[in-house]
Write a protein that binds this ligand. Structure first.
Ligand SMILES: Cc1cc2nc3c(=O)[nH]c(=O)nc-3n(C[C@H](O)[C@H](O)[C@H](O)COP(=O)(O)OP(=O)(O)OC[C@H]3O[C@@H](n4cnc5c(N)ncnc54)[C@H](O)[C@@H]3O)c2cc1C
Length: 418
């Protein structure tokens, strides 16, 4: 078959994860003919197996003031919530240095402000997307319960709670196991405090949600090619995408290749400190515990969420790069902890998974034009929040391509901010 199946597309999107798919949806809404390219298929990488949360209240970056004092303690435990395989430590050192700088008060404050703006924008864009694609059946509106094992651990959330109050995000503080059990029965009584965020939303299954959106995009006339992109060239007004099956030229190209995006940006002269925070989970097709809401065990770096008729236990941050094999002992560690906290949880019969969160040191994505190729738009690096910010990112990318509103300050998200 000739390549590509769509001749003369207006926009080529590299990457058909949740970000690329939302970019396609928003570009189509502006009348663009869109061609999506992905070597793995539609939403089969990181976007398929995440925890399914629209985490709009999570505006704090990972690099919080004081984090570098806590990190060494975490790093001592090779299966702890944050880990760096020793052989990868020299490779990630420059990123860690930027991460440390991002935790300084001035940068931290700027990141929170920018993240909050993107969250507000994304929340509104998601509402429009849900209405546009008939998506309500994929959405759960059951809130989130964030659990703490000691008054001290709860007290440490004071800054985050103040931020939420300032941003008008409603939440309730629950004091003691009885109050907690009213929201989620069956938890171990060790939790002394919890924060319940009633407006928190989840998808029923992130893979099915992404594929529902992609089906709409294809129904509305977009094309998809399963192909590996090998390079990118600036080409007059537009760009040429090189693939293993031939080249395709377009007036606009969007790079939404998740944790692999920096490799393509390098072809255009942009050196972007994109790393991956590898995350792990175990998914059970049926639920041995009746999960009433999204459960977050912040002190332990993992969550339990309902996925379809089953549940998913996952989290952890492993700064281990794109090439080393998964260490599924990490998924098992999270599951063992979850079973301590939810004593009814059955530990057998699950499927383990690892995904590559695409992450910049300041926890903000890159959304903006390539420095030397203004017709190439970058949309990657959403870290822990790619699902959450996907519709907002799609909207902003479409506006950049179309050179029309919305009024939104993209400076904090530019590629060359480091
Ligand atoms: C354990 C875990 C839990 C998470 N939970 C949540 C959550 O609850 N809420 C939330 O908002 N986010 C969550 N995330 C983060 C979220 O999953 C990611 O931010 C998001 O999936 C990134 O989407 P993406 O489209 O940028 O990347 P991807 O889904 O990885 O898609 C990128 C695509 O680009 C393709 N590609 C790359 N290079 C090339 C190339 N050269 N040629 C062709 N194709 C290429 C890949 O095949 C891939 O399909 C979680 C992540 C993990 C790991």
């Amino acid at each position: 078959m000739s390549f590509p199946s769509m001749p003369n597309p207006d926009v080529v999107i590299i990457g058909a994860g949740i970000i690329g798919i939302n970019c396609a949806l928003a570009l189509q809404a502006r009348g663009k003919r869109v061609l999506m390219l992905d070597r793995s298929g539609i939403a089969v990488e990181t976007s398929s197996g995440n925890a399914g949360a629209f985490a709009f209240p999570e505006v704090e970056p990972l690099a919080t003031p004081g984090i570098m004092l806590k990190a060494p303690k975490w790093l001592l435990d090779p299966l702890g919530p944050l880990s760096i395989p020793p052989a990868y430590a020299p490779k990630i050192a420059p990123w860690m240095l930027r991460f440390w700088r991002a935790s300084w008060r001035d940068r931290y404050d700027a990141s929170v402000t920018a993240q909050a703006a993107l969250m507000t924008h994304s929340r509104r864009a998601l509402d429009r997307v849900i209405a546009d694609v008939g998506g309500e059946a994929f959405i759960r509106r059951e809130g989130q319960l964030q659990l703490f094992q000691s008054p001290r651990a709860f007290a440490a959330t004071e800054r985050a709670r103040t931020r939420r109050e300032e941003l008008g995000i409603p939440f309730d503080v629950l004091d003691g196991p009885d109050a907690i059990a009213e929201i989620q029965p069956g938890l171990s009584p060790r939790f002394t405090h919890a924060i319940f965020t009633p407006t928190w939303m989840n998808v029923t299954d992130p893979a099915l949600w992404a594929r529902h959106l992609a089906a709409k995009v294809l129904e509305r006339g977009a094309a998809f090619e399963p192909v590996t992109v090998t390079g990118l060239q600036r080409d007059g007004a537009g760009a040429t995408v090189l693939t293993e099956r031939g080249r395709v030229r377009a007036p606009h190209v969007v790079v939404a290749a998740g944790a692999w995006s920096h490799k393509l940006a390098r072809d255009l002269g942009d050196r972007i400190p994109l790393e991956t925070e590898r995350g792990y989970n175990t998914t059970f097709p049926t639920a041995s515990v009746d999960i009433k809401t999204h459960l977050t065990f912040s002190e332990h770096g993992f969550v339990v969420s309902r996925i379809g008729d089953g549940l998913r236990v996952g989290g952890a941050v492993e700064l281990g790069g794109l090439d080393r094999p998964p260490n599924y002992a990490r998924a098992q560690t999270l599951l063992n902890k979850a079973a301590e906290f939810l004593p009814g949880l059955e530990k057998t019969g699950g499927t383990q998974w690892m995904g590559y969160r695409p992450s910049l040191p300041d926890s903000l994505p890159v959304i903006g034009r390539a420095a030397h190729a203004p017709d190439v738009v970058y949309a990657f690096g959403h870290g822990h929040l790619g699902l959450t910010q996907s519709s907002g990112t799609g909207d902003l990318v479409a506006a950049l391509v179309d050179q029309s509103g919305p009024q939104f300050d993209l400076k904090p998200f530019r590629a060359n901010r480091f």
